[in-house]
Ligand binder design. Structure first.
Ligand code: G1P
Length: 289
């Protein structure tokens, strides 16, 4: 199964950092955000990724391409460890394809732009603003990999959700259940007002779809802001009696989509870093008030 990763967004929430570099190339310690996303997909078992991209985002493609100049320089200088790190950025068994979105017409339109590369087949969608771990504290596979397994067993589309504070629901797609026991989604709405939200279960940006979604995406009309919403296509799929199941995130999500959450996520990953973590912790203690 292939994964669609929409990377065409212009990253206005992270300006001015993202004026000349894609938001997906901002680093967390020593790796760009998009590398964590690609690692997550690979760990979950996906081997074919499709980036839906934009003219200003060539550095994302370059990051996963071979750099002969850099590799031969590291080889000549016998920098073995760095060479291995650079070569492992794109695992040998992973294929990345790219397609341009062309027009900024929303997430649904971005996903639809990948139809020709996916074909009439099931696929996953992974949004690159949020990082999600693939193993729980007992080292068991969870989240994206588990959603894929649930889809393979049941054939039902899967949408990952996470509880958020009630006042934050208007930033997300929000669901409620037909039946709590089997996690079947009854309703899904994009960025509802706090008083209209059906629950505080927010869509986190991980989806596995049966091929039925393509027809609904193609028929989805732009909303008031001119965007074609993926959420509206999912709502249409539910209305036409396709079962869509929610998957409750196991463990925390790490949001990088705005400045404060990016800073928090950076600190979290710096503290987890094998080489730097202890020194970062020591430094943070000196700042504590
Ligand atoms: C998109 C989706 C929304 C989802 C969110 C998760 O919104 O449209 O349903 O909850 O991603 O990050 P965006 O953040 O692109 O505005």
């Amino acid at each position: 199964m292939k994964v669609v990763i929409p990377v065409a967004g212009l990253g206005t929430r992270m300006l001015p950092a993202t004026k000349a570099i894609p938001k997906e190339m901002l680093p967390l310690v020593d790796k760009p955000l998009i590398q964590y996303i690609v690692d997550e997909c690979h760990q979950a078992g996906f081997r074919e990724l499709v980036f839906v991209t934009h003219a200003s985002k060539n550095s994302i493609e370059n990051h996963f391409d071979t750099s002969f100049e850099l590799e031969s320089m590291l080889e000549q200088r016998v920098k073995r460890q760095l060479l291995d790190e650079v070569r492992s950025i794109c695992p040998a068994d992973l294929t990345i394809s790219c397609i341009r979105q062309g027009e900024a017409k929303g997430l649904g339109h971005a996903v639809l732009s990948a139809h020709s590369l996916i074909g009439d087949a099931p696929f996953a969608v992974v949004l690159p603003d949020v990082l999600i771990e693939q193993l729980n504290q007992k080292d068991e596979p969870v989240n994206l990999g588990a959603m894929l397994q649930h889809f393979e067993v049941s054939g039902h589309s899967q949408v990952m959700v996470e509880e958020v504070a009630k006042e934050d629901v208007s930033k997300y797609g929000v669901i409620d259940f037909a039946d709590h026991k089997d996690q079947r989604i009854a309703h899904i709405v994009e960025k509802p007002a706090v008083e209209d939200a059906p629950s505080n279960l927010a869509v986190v940006g991980r989806y596995v779809f049966s091929q039925d979604i393509w027809t609904h995406l193609a028929n989805t009309q732009p909303d008031a802001s001119g965007e074609i919403q993926l959420t509206d296509a999912i709502a249409a799929m539910i209305a036409s009696d396709h079962q869509v199941k929610s998957y409750s995130i196991d463990g925390p999500s790490h949001d990088c989509g705005n400045k404060l959450s990016y800073v928090k996520t950076f600190i979290h990953y710096a503290l987890q870093d094998k080489k730097l973590g202890a020194d970062v912790a020591k430094y943070l203690k000196t700042l504590a008030v």
